[in-house]
Design a protein around this ligand. Structure first.
Ligand code: NDP
Length: 303
């Protein structure tokens, strides 16, 4: 890396992860974070131009179509944002020799395993969102260049719609809740994901042999739980002992998009490659609680 302060192009800065990335990427360089009105993922020309004109050393793409159920009825739109846009970004990144960090999801897996998925496991998405995200991964892999794909899962924050905010809202309305217990995964606090991304980004920008770091990584904390277990932990963490939670099967909550019944990720590769500390998902929830004592809910769930 040269002595000049690197420019970092951050897309999706208004989202859960993107908002946290504004904070964590700032020490690494000058962060430019155009909103959707300036750089629309669906407008390939504008997207490409943003990269060429900004000349970033690092692009972090936290923008995506994340409405898992909505994607079932909006295949084209989801594919445009989750598969086509990453392709355009990867081409522009290769052309300008920028690093590209891109997020993907545990929903690329079908959920048939019962031990955490590694990067060696074959994806087999069972919903439109997962399929389009997988196509985005494949686009980056085909194009080559200096790119890193970070697959995470069950992301929550104090912004937008997510499971933690939904549970806390429901706790204000009811004293008894039913929550599905036959889907297992790893809840991930967006703040930790953004911190880990910055640790990775720093090594991409400064490493002597950083090209060897390109590739696919799982990036979650350790442990696993069901949505029911997650709900229990949320209420314990937020001192909501007034709410009781009952486990129910997914069939009690029919949704447009099928979800994998098991999608815990094994993040050993990221931990060893980038010398990361992987906190348990419960430790992440505790840190979130410290940082965001009031999590107010809003709109529809994302994935
Ligand atoms: P959010 O839904 O919170 O944010 C999405 C971001 O994308 C917003 O900034 C949004 O901007 C932006 N965006 C959407 N459409 C466009 C568009 N056409 N042009 C420009 N920007 C657009 O996402 P998360 O932070 O939750 O997710 C970040 C990444 O992590 C995504 O790649 C997602 O697939 C992945 N992921 C998420 C998981 C989750 O549980 N949420 C789980 C696993 C992976 P605007 O504010 O204008 O809408």
């Amino acid at each position: 890396m040269s002595d000049a302060t690197p420019t970092i192009l951050l897309l999706g800065a208004t989202g859960q992860v993107g908002h946290e990335l504004r904070r964590t990427l700032a020490p690494l360089g000058t962060v430019q974070a155009p909103g959707r009105d300036e750089v629309d993922l669906a407008a390939a020309d504008t997207l490409r131009r943003a990269v060429v004109e900004t000349e970033p050393a690092l692009i972090v793409n936290a923008a995506a179509y994340t409405d898992v159920d909505g994607a079932e009825g909006e295949l084209e739109r989801a594919a445009q944002l989750n598969a086509e846009a990453p392709r355009v970004l990867a081409e522009a990144a290769r052309e300008t020799e920028a690093w590209l960090v891109h997020y993907s999801t545990d929903y690329v897996f079908d959920g048939e395993k019962r031990t955490p998925y590694t990067e060696e496991d074959a994806p087999n998405p069972i919903n439109v969102y997962g399929r389009t995200k997988r196509e985005g991964e494949q686009a980056l892999q085909e194009i080559g260049g200096r790119s890193v794909i970070l697959r995470s899962s069950w992301v929550y924050s104090d912004r937008r719609s997510n499971f933690v905010r939904t549970m806390l809202q429901l706790a204000d309305e009811r004293d008894h809740l039913t929550v599905v217990d036959d889907q297992i995964g790893v809840p991930t606090w967006a703040g930790w994901l953004a911190e880990a991304t910055a640790t990775i980004g720093e090594q991409l920008l400064t490493g002597d042999d950083s090209s060897s770091l390109r590739g696919l990584y799982h990036l979650t904390g350790t442990g696993q739980t069901s949505w029911y277990g997650f709900a229990q932990a949320i209420f314990a963490q937020f001192g909501r002992t007034d709410v009781s939670v009952e486990p129910v099967p997914s069939t009690e909550y029919p949704s447009s998009a099928p979800r994998p019944s098991y999608s815990a990720l094994d993040s050993t590769r990221a931990r060893t490659t980038f010398d990361l500390t992987l906190p348990t998902w419960t430790a992440q929830l505790a840190r979130f609680r410290e940082r965001a004592p009031q999590a107010e809910p809003e709109s529809t769930p994302s994935g």
